[in-house]
Write a protein that binds this ligand. Structure first.
Ligand SMILES: Cc1ncc(COP(=O)(O)O)c(C=O)c1O
Length: 423
C-alpha cells in the first residue's frame, strides 16, 4: 500500500486546515497513559473544554439566587431554551420559530407522532428504512398499536436490494409512490445509523407530499454532520439528539423542528404548561393557549443543567462555522475512502465499505463490514488505543469529526487496520 502518500497527504491537509485549532478546545480521552485515536463522535462527541464554565455559571447562579435564578441568572432559566434557536438554525436550515430544544430523542419521536401520525381507515401506513434504529422501530410499533393497528400491516420497511448494502434512493421513492394514499407518514433516519447512508431528504419529502403523506426525519446522525435545509425542503417535522456530533454530553437534551405551516394548525398535541402562551402562562388558567411556534410542543420547564452543556458545545460550533466544517468533513471522507481503497487492494475481499462514497450520500461516518473476523479486528484496534464502534453482525463504524479529529488520525487508523488485517 502506498502508505507514504496517505501520510504525506494527511500531513499537508493538517497543515492547511483552518479549523485545526479547534481540536484544542476538546478533552481527548487517555487510556492507560496514552491518548486514544477517537473515531466515535457518531456515538458520543468529545467534551468541549468550555462545558464546566457554562455549568458552573448555572450552579453559581443557583447557589447565589435560588429560585430567583429564573429571572436574574446570567441567562435567566425561564428563557434558557430561547438561547438555542439562533444557534441551531444554521445547522438545520430552519427558521428560529421552527426549532425548540426539549426532552430526549425517543420522547420527542413519540410526541411528534402524536401530532403527525394520524391514521385513518385507508391511510394508515408508516414507511421507514429497514434496520431503522431500534428505538425508532419501537416508537413506531407502539404508536401503531396505540391506534389499534397491526405493525405488520402498518409499517412498511424498505431494504437494500439482494446483494447490496444500502437502500437505493429510487427504491425508496418508488415505494412511497406505490403505497400512495395508504401512506400516512414517511419517517426515516436522515443518516442511517448502521450504514452511514445519507438520504435525499428534499426528494423524499417532495414525493411523500405528492402522495399526501406527512414526512419527518430522525436527525440523530445528521445534525452537526451533513447540510440540512429543513425549512426549504418543506420537511414537516424532525428531531435529533445532541450527544453525537453536537458534543453536548451523555444523554444530552434533544430538539425538534416543526415546519411553520403547522404552527397554527389544529393538529392534536400533548400539552404542558411550557407550551402555553408566555404572556399569561403563570395565571395557571384552565384551557390551553399555545405559543404560536414550535415552542407549543414543550411540556416542561427547561432542564437547565444539561442545556448548559449544550450551550457550551453550540458556542464552539458557531465559532467554527458550519460551512467550514462541511468542507473539512468532505476532505476527511475523501482521505478515508482513499485509505480504505488502498487497504482493500492489499487485503482483497476481507471487508466491504457499506457507506456510499458520493459526498451527497454520506457524512462523517464510514461503516466497514467484515464477513468474518471483524470482532477480532475491532478488539485489536481497541487494544492499540483506536476507539471505534462495533455493530453486530460485523460492522466497525468510524467517524472522524472535523471539529476535533486530524487528517493524521485517519492515516493512523488505516495503518492500524493494515496491521490488524495482517495478523
Ligand atoms: C438514530 C437514533 N434514534 C434514536 C436514538 C435513541 O436516542 P435516545 O436514547 O436519546 O432517545 C438513537 C441513539 O443513539 C439513535 O442513534
Amino acid at each position: 500500500m502506498n502508505l507514504e502518500t496517505l501520510i504525506e497527504q494527511a500531513r499537508q491537509l493538517d497543515e492547511l486546515d483552518p479549523l485545526a485549532g479547534f481540536r484544542e478546545e476538546f478533552h481527548r480521552p487517555v487510556l492507560q497513559g496514552k491518548e486514544v485515536l477517537y473515531f466515535t463522535g457518531n456515538s458520543l462527541g468529545l467534551m468541549p473544554r468550555n462545558v464546566p464554565e457554562y455549568l458552573r455559571q448555572v450552579t453559581d447562579d443557583w447557589a447565589r439566587l435560588g429560585v430567583e435564578g429564573h429571572f436574574y441568572a446570567k441567562h435567566p432559566w425561564l428563557a434558557y431554551h430561547e438561547l438555542f434557536p439562533s444557534l441551531l438554525t444554521p445547522l438545520l436550515g430552519s427558521l428560529e420559530s421552527e426549532t425548540v430544544v426539549m426532552n430526549q430523542l425517543t420522547v420527542n419521536l413519540h410526541l411528534l407522532m402524536v401530532s403527525f401520525y394520524r391514521p385513518t381507515g385507508t391511510r394508515f401506513k408508516i414507511l421507514c428504512e429497514g434496520r431503522a434504529f431500534s428505538s425508532d422501530q419501537y416508537a413506531m410499533e407502539s404508536q401503531v398499536r396505540f391506534h389499534g393497528l397491526d405493525p405488520d400491516l402498518a409499517i412498511v420497511e424498505v431494504f437494500p436490494r439482494e446483494g447490496e448494502y444500502v437502500i437505493r434512493q429510487e427504491d425508496l421513492l418508488n415505494k412511497i409512490q406505490e403505497e400512495g394514499d395508504a401512506l400516512a407518514l414517511v419517517l426515516l433516519g436522515g443518516v442511517n445509523y448502521y450504514t452511514g447512508q445519507l438520504f435525499d431528504m428534499r426528494e423524499i419529502t417532495r414525493v411523500g407530499h405528492e402522495v399526501g403523506a406527512v414526512v419527518g426525519f430522525d436527525l440523530a446522525h445528521a445534525i452537526g454532520n451533513v447540510p440540512l435545509q429543513l425549512h426549504d425542503w418543506q420537511v414537516d417535522f424532525a428531531t435529533w439528539c445532541s450527544y453525537k456530533y453536537l458534543n453536548s454530553g451523555p444523554g444530552g437534551v434533544s430538539g425538534v423542528f416543526i415546519h411553520e405551516t403547522h404552527h397554527q394548525s389544529d393538529l392534536p398535541r400533548f400539552n404542558g404548561w411550557w407550551g402555553y402562551r408566555k404572556e399569561d402562562r403563570f395565571q395557571m388558567a384552565k384551557g390551553f393557549i399555545p405559543i404560536e411556534s414550535a415552542e407549543a410542543w414543550q411540556l416542561s420547564n427547561a432542564p437547565v443543567l444539561s442545556m448548559a452543556a449544550h450551550h457550551a458545545a453550540l458556542d464552539v460550533f458557531q465559532r467554527a462555522g458550519i460551512d467550514r466544517l462541511h468542507a473539512k468533513r468532505e476532505q476527511m471522507a475523501s482521505l478515508m475512502i482513499y485509505g480504505l481503497e488502498e487497504l482493500s487492494r492489499l487485503h482483497p475481499e476481507r471487508f466491504v465499505v457499506l457507506t456510499p462514497h458520493a459526498m451527497h450520500e454520506r457524512g462523517c461516518q464510514t461503516s466497514i463490514f467484515f464477513e468474518t473476523g471483524g470482532r477480532i479486528i475491532f478488539n485489536e484496534l481497541e487494544h492499540a488505543g483506536v476507539i471505534t464502534d462495533w455493530r453486530d453482525p460485523g460492522v466497525i463504524r468510524v467517524a472522524p469529526v472535523p471539529l476535533y479529529n486530524r487528517f493524521q488520525d485517519i492515516a493512523d487508523l488505516i495503518i492500524h487496520l493494515d496491521r490488524a488485517l495482517k495478523n
